[in-house]
Design a protein around this ligand. Sequence first.
Ligand code: RB5
Length: 157
Amino acid sequence: MARIAAGADHAGVQLKDVLVAYLRDAGHEVVDCGTYGLDRVDYPDYGELVARKVSAGEAELGVCVCGTGIGIAMAANKVPGVRAATVHDVISARLTRQHNDANVICLGERLIDSTVAIEAVDAFLEASFEGGRHTPRVAKIDALLPASSPTTATYPE
Ligand code: RB5
């Protein structure tokens, strides 16, 4: 079982809630970083909250949802040590763990249905980094960011 941080904006909160419930039912420990309702919020804040948990080692993996899964991934990828990938299916979810050592999966509530999203998250959790030829490539990704950066996010009440 894994310790997982989850977060979403208003456009992803319903799928995020489905995934949080699914993961908890499966026995994972999930830190729900919000948002918790449909009021409009800014996806970078929630991408950062999840990413900071992963970067700090407080979560092994992250799950992010926004309307497309794209903007929240862009934000999460600004945090050192985080490799966030937008995926649309089981294959991309599996391959980004195996090849990119992705540690945050990002999904678009407006683009995929919850069944596919659950299957993709399962594939992401079941896969593992293959190492080998992928190791120096992932190291080059990580070397593009400094080792730390100041946080701007605060946890919602
Ligand atoms: C919100 O309307 C939407 O722009 C956001 O959830 C996301 O899709 C951005 O990438």
